[in-house]
Design a protein around this ligand. Structure first.
Ligand code: HEM
Length: 426
């Protein structure tokens, strides 16, 4: 695989001697349409590359990424939720004036605080709690599919028509929020993704800053409401745990809500969209699932490997160290390209091929690895499985609409399609 020739801000002449002449090996931090050729070039030519455009060391090989995830004492996650671009003065003022003090629920916290909060949240975040949602997820999916299939022009956007709402309804019900709030939370979450991992100008940040203030105030309100009225929700469980002596403050519970409400749906909407998109792009494998739905879990693991919702996640070096022989100074920011790890030939045979019968697809790093391993991975896969099962039942002849280009929004970490245009036989 050769490096792609995407134009870059740096001159090709600046490439170090003996390295690929394409600047940064074709890697463009915020470009998500097809980053995979540049990942292959990075792995082959400069597996640990300092990218001065964003100030991050970019790590692209599987074993190196797994080792960094696993070594939390040297590589802390405290920068995982920091804005990639500094907050402008106007956005900062809006957030300060609005009382915005949200902090990461878990992913940017470090031990011992992380260990303490994770063990409390894990007890509340049980399979029992989210498995109870299965019939509702199924009903909602079937209803959304029927609505889409009722269109006389036989044209839909699977992302907006089905994948967009399902994970949001799920996470809102876990947290005790009604589904009428879906559009509001979606708006807030989009702002969170843009403000943290996006490339916004100071002016563009302003409306998002207002949304983040509203989002945080709502999280605080959920905690206050659980104190006042109890209820059957994850927030009420955390408030109850606190009453029974668990060491977690109201601010920490609100921060967990702030995190879960975001982590719980953006990525899962993308997973559902990608599963349908990639499978329909490989119609013979879609037909295998139609014939034998027991293959759906394997197809989901392969989608997570081949087209992960999150392609890069961050860490910070706490001391002078090295990764694969490249010196890394204390304080350095590091971007771990899991989207690249998942296509490393050292681990996956013929990795550029999507293959639902791949024996080791589950070895992907799309949920991270180690102490911060995604807490919601089973919930995400459960929802995706239900959606694929219901879709196969309702419309086995679903196809990607011909001639429509699928693009991906610009972002450092999240690789999400903007549409999944589909069609079907009547
Ligand atoms: C396809 C869907 C999802 C993907 C790809 C994904 C991916 C990730 C990744 C990469 C991390 C960071 C791991 C690390 O730093 O080592 C993470 C952490 C986390 N995820 Fe997910 N996630 C998904 C769905 C969910 C869902 C549905 C929830 C909750 C309802 C959730 C909750 C969390 C939480 C709480 C953490 C922080 C864990 C910690 O720091 O201890 N995620 N996820």
């Amino acid at each position: 695989m050769t490096a792609q020739t995407t134009p870059s801000t740096a001159s090709a002449d600046t490439a170090p001697a003996g390295k690929c002449p394409v600047a940064h090996h074709g890697y463009e931090p915020f470009q998500m349409n097809d980053p995979f050729p540049s990942y292959a070039a990075l792995r082959a030519e400069e597996p640990v590359m300092f990218d001065e455009r964003i100030g991050y060391y970019i790590v692209s090989r599987y074993e190196d990424i797994k080792a960094v995830f696993d070594n939390w004492e040297t590589f802390s996650s405290e920068n995982a939720q920091a804005p990639v671009r500094p907050r402008g003065a106007a956005a900062t003022k809006i957030m300060n004036d609005g009382g915005f003090t949200a902090y990461s629920g878990l992913s940017a916290r470090i031990p011992p605080e992380h260990t303490r909060i994770r063990s409390i949240v894990q007890k509340a975040f049980t399979p029992r709690r989210y498995k109870a949602l299965e019939p509702t997820i199924r009903e909602n999916t079937a209803a959304l599919l029927q609505k889409m299939l009722a269109r006389p022009d036989r044209k839909g956007d699977f992302l907006k028509d089905v994948a967009y709402d399902i994970p949001t309804i799920t996470i809102l019900s876990l947290l005790g929020v009604g589904s009428e709030m879906v559009p509001t939370y979606k708006k807030w979450s989009d702002s969170r993704a843009a403000m943290t991992w996006g490339d916004l100008s100071d002016e563009e940040q302003i409306p998002h800053a207002h949304n983040l203030v509203d989002y945080w105030n709502e999280c605080r309100h959920l905690v206050a409401d659980a104190h006042a009225n109890g209820g059957d929700s994850l927030v009420a469980d955390l408030v109850q745990a606190q009453a029974e002596g668990a060491e977690i403050s109201d601010h920490e519970i609100a921060s967990v809500c702030y995190s879960l409400l975001f982590a719980g749906h953006e990525t899962t909407t993308t997973l559902i969209s990608n599963t349908i998109r990639v499978l329909l792009g490989h119609p013979e494998q879609w037909q295998q699932l139609v014939a034998d739905p027991s293959k759906i879990p394997a197809a989901i693991e392969e989608t997570l490997r081949y087209s992960p919702s999150i392609v890069g996640w961050r860490r910070k070096a706490l001391k002078d160290t090295e990764i694969a022989g490249t010196p890394i100074p204390a304080g350095a920011n590091i971007l771990l390209l899991m989207g690249s790890a998942n296509r490393d030939t050292a681990v996956f045979e013929d990795p550029e091929t999507f293959d639902i019968s791949r024996p080791n697809a589950r070895s992907h790093l799309s949920f991270g690895f180690g102490i911060h391993y995604c807490l919601g991975n089973m919930l995400a896969k459960l929802q995706d499985k239900i959606v694929v099962e219901e879709t196969i039942k309702a419309v086995p002849g679903l196809k990607l609409a011909e001639g429509e280009e699928i693009t991906f929004g610009e972002n450092l970490s999240f690789r999400a399609p903007t549409t999944v245009p589909v069609t079907w036989e009547q």
